[in-house]
Design a protein around this ligand. Sequence first.
Ligand SMILES: Nc1ncnc2c1ncn2[C@@H]1O[C@H](COP(=O)(O)OP(=O)(O)OP(=O)(O)O)[C@@H](O)[C@H]1O
Length: 499
Amino acid sequence: MAKDKRAREDKQAESAEKRQKKDKKEKKLKDHKEKKSKASKKEKKDKKREKHRSTDKPQIEVDSAAVGEFLKTNEVEIEDPKKTSVSPTLSFDHLRPLVDSRISSHLDKYAKPTPIQAVVWPYLLTGRDMVGVAETGSGKTMAFGVPAVEHLLKSDSKALQVLIISPTRELASQIYDNLNELTTKVGLECVCVYGGVSKDEQRRAVKRSQCVIATPGRLIDLIEDGSISLDKINYLVLDEADRMLEKGFEEDIKKVMKLTNGNRQTLMFTATWPKEVRELAMNFMDKPVKVTIGQRDELSANKRIQQVVEVVDPREKEQKLLQMLRKYQSGAKKDDKLLIFALYKKEAARVEKTLTYKGFSVAALHGDLNQAQRTQALQDFKAGKHNILLATDVAARGLDIPNVKVVINLTFPLTVEDYVHRIGRTGRAGQTGISHTLFTEHEKHLAGALMNVLRGAGQPVPEELLKYGSHTKKKTHGAYGAFFKDVDMTKKAKKITFD
Ligand SMILES: Nc1ncnc2c1ncn2[C@@H]1O[C@H](COP(=O)(O)OP(=O)(O)OP(=O)(O)O)[C@@H](O)[C@H]1O
């Protein structure tokens, strides 16, 4: 009996083992099939993506010696994991065969592409993901804007496909103005979506647009109330990308990215690209080309800006400010445009009052003002109605205000990246400019990083700055992202309102 039982058990064990082996084999086969089908789906997707993006017009042969010279003089660095061979569009003649004639004719107002435009256009027009780093005022808006419009023209769909995200309302509005000229010309529509103003018109415009320029807060509001859908977005730009990836915006960006088309082309543009945000950036891109103009991976300022740094006692700052204003707006320079940066909203409001009282013509731009006041201040400064603008870091990035001759840093910003952006409001599009910075012991932890920027741009380092040593406090991921954030002031207060 026992023998029979054991034999039965042996048989059962044997068939269980056989079944297990069979299951294993079947699972392996199934996995293999799934993998294969996934790979072929991806291949098809990639092919479709390339086909959709690639240009079929013949490219003009570019003189390789001229290209070599161009890359060298402009200190161009290109890191391309796919090692694609493309020639920069050194002139608009090189661009013309690659884009719709209405786009190239729109650019006729310029003599030639700026270096960042020349290098990134050929890559972007073939659908590559991109990190583009180039100095302030070097034409990055059109660097991503021209391929965006060409991308839309190549598409058969009239759906919302291009999304450009910016950290501030004023910058979103400026990008909109730039792109709207171009999209109107080619029969497409753009919409600008930002907080502080009514949503109704934005909702209506979204319905008929192919391109949206947005600040993250209002964009998410419109997504949540069902007024905007991102599932067809297949060309996405983060302008001021390092700021957009900082704490404060990071979660919003992650949310937005998830809702866009998985097949999307992703672009990140900025003048400063700190190491702290690079890893996060890579999560959103597929083998991006990285183009750097004149930076060599270091934080660097526009070399056409003369940088003056004065180390002062914090109590002397306002006195010094008055001296500077007299100096920079004297005689023939009396109508020169001057931008003063404060760090805090209250500080900006107080100094504006003092200067107005002393007879200066000042406009103010900071987060304690409502959107209408902010827009008016910027407009008045641009139009020359006021020749001084007193602002917080809401105006530090991206704003392209013609003829700002001098930038004054009354209070040093929280990071040296912000310093580079602030002073970059002058010396734009090939012009020169002056920045004058008051530096106090409160900022001594930034002295080392500031000295590096000064040296990198061939600017003098004041003796008094040296006394703080070259100690550089490492920038933390959330250093300023949490400090500045545009919030919708029409919304009930459920978020903390930063400047
Ligand atoms: N090819 C060109 N030639 C001359 N000027 C140009 C060209 N392309 C753009 N510009 C002008 O250069 C100025 C600066 O451009 P833009 O605002 O795009 O700079 P940016 O690189 O984005 O600067 P920031 O880093 O401060 O945001 C604008 O006034 C723009 O009209």
